[in-house]
Design a protein around this ligand. Structure first.
Ligand SMILES: *[C@@H]1O[C@H](CO)[C@@H](O)[C@H](O)[C@H]1NC(C)=O
Ligand SMILES: *[C@@H]1O[C@H](CO)[C@@H](O)[C@H](O)[C@H]1NC(C)=O
Ligand SMILES: *[C@@H]1O[C@H](CO)[C@@H](O)[C@H](O)[C@H]1NC(C)=O
Ligand SMILES: *[C@@H]1O[C@H](CO)[C@@H](O)[C@H](O)[C@H]1NC(C)=O
Ligand SMILES: *[C@@H]1O[C@H](CO)[C@@H](O)[C@H](O)[C@H]1NC(C)=O
Length: 361
């Protein structure tokens, strides 16, 4: 009897301690994450027939028990590290995973949701054939989550909670890959304008449903990923793609200035993935990278002619590589990116960094 009492008291005390620590540490009530494989923590694993997947080895080789989690990484990705930096014990879980639980979305404790889906783009048609969750669909899923919070905690509490929460979006590379592999009948500037029109609509919809703090991550120098470098005979980056990535960032910067002047109470950070990554590629030594050209997991030239899977070549020293596979960064590179977004200078994240965005009331 006494034992039961003692252990349940201990349990209650532990519970309170954990709960208090969580509340004290997290700088925002919840994080909602949208976008593509740079932020996907397992979404596509729950889509029947999706071909954009990473839920098999050697993905996850550096995760606990070398478990493949659906992340396109040897371990964690930037969405995970950002959540940790914001004071959360773990990354928000995929919407489709939560739906698969018996309790579904109806849990009182709520720290956010990850909607990101590998392969997704700003355009609904991008990688549609691979069965990914488009941005349009991701936003619809968020609205379902929001309505659920309204049902559980009421409209006022939900509104306050959402207004303080972080809405993180990392998307765009797949649209540009799609543009380059199609016949490019649209001129580049018009194509980017189309992408920005979509981006604006997504942000405004989120705003209408309560979002106020936006952490936006633009696209890296995609012409330098091993998959694209294969197409440059002299071994350099594909400059045409990098030009596109810079133009995308420039347009997104202008869009966010415009949106924040139009929508009251909006705050944002824009992470310049291009600058962050090119900075490492041009000068890898201070960051402890020894290889910024080849994929750690893959096969063929640059280890990038095939995707990563259990019969691919796996590098031994993962921390020395910038690229995990033909497209994606290693866990180590993702951590560096997250730390830079969170605490970095205006050269990499403007007008404020993610820490300032999170702590701003
Ligand atoms: C919710 O907010 C509205 C307007 O701010 C207020 O009139 C109402 O009393 C609030 N409801 C609750 C349950 O606090
Ligand atoms: C591009 O054009 C070629 C012929 O001009 C056609 O065979 C191909 O299907 C087109 N590809 C796309 C993605 O539209
Ligand atoms: C290929 O890389 C070289 C640098 O090695 C660069 O000068 C050239 O513009 C690149 N070619 C293309 C098509 O991007
Ligand atoms: C790994 O990928 C290669 C190339 O795409 C393929 O030939 C091979 O069958 C794959 N191996 C497994 C175990 O799926
Ligand atoms: C990144 O690599 C460095 C050494 O190069 C190591 O100290 C650090 O723990 C690594 N971080 C992650 C998250 O892998």
């Amino acid at each position: 009897m006494e034992n039961i009492y003692a252990s349940s008291l201990l349990f209650v005390m532990l519970f309170i301690a954990t709960f208090t620590i969580q509340l004290a540490n997290a700088t925002v009530p919840a994080i909602y994450i949208f976008g593509d494989s740079t932020a996907d923590v397992g979404t596509n694993t729950y889509i029947p027939g999706s071909t954009a997947r990473a839920d098999f080895p050697f993905n996850g080789v550096d995760f606990t028990h070398s478990r493949p989690t659906g992340r396109f990484s040897n371990g964690l990705n930037s969405a995970d590290f950002l959540a940790k930096l914001m004071g959360f014990k773990r990354s928000p879980q995929p919407y489709l995973f939560l739906l698969s639980l018996p309790s579904g979305l109806k849990r009182h404790k709520h720290r956010g949701v990850n909607f990101a889906s590998g392969g997704a783009g700003l355009l609904d048609v991008t990688n549609e054939a691979m069965k990914v969750v488009s941005m349009t669909k991701q936003i619809e899923q968020f609205i379902i989550v929001r309505n659920n919070r309204v049902a559980i905690t009421g409209p006022n509490e939900t509104e306050t909670m959402l207004s303080k929460s972080l809405f993180c979006i990392s998307v765009g590379s797949n649209d540009i890959f799609g543009y380059f592999s199609s016949n490019r009948t649209i001129p580049p500037d018009l194509f980017i304008a189309n992408l920005m029109r979509q981006y604006e609509a997504y942000i405004k919809t989120l705003y209408n449903f309560g979002a106020r703090k936006f952490g936006i991550i633009s696209i890296p120098p995609i012409g330098c990923c091993p998959a694209q470098k294969l197409f440059n005979a002299t071994g350099g980056c594909l400059e045409g793609m990098n030009d596109f990535a810079r133009a995308f960032h420039f347009a997104l910067d202008n869009l966010l200035r415009k949106i924040s002047s139009e929508l009251p109470e909006t705050k944002y950070s824009l992470g310049n993935s291009y600058e962050m990554t090119i900075n490492v590629i041009q000068n890898p030594a201070p960051f402890n990278f020894k290889d910024v050209e080849t994929a750690c997991c893959g096969a063929g030239r640059l280890n990038a002619e095939t995707p990563c899977n259990r019969t691919a070549n796996l590098c031994a020293n993962r921390n020395e590589y910038l690229f995990w596979d033909l497209f994606h960064p290693t866990q180590n590179a993702s951590q560096l990116a997250a730390v830079t977004l969170y605490d970095g200078p205006t050269k990499f994240v403007t007008p404020i960094n993610f820490r300032q965005l999170a702590e701003d009331n």
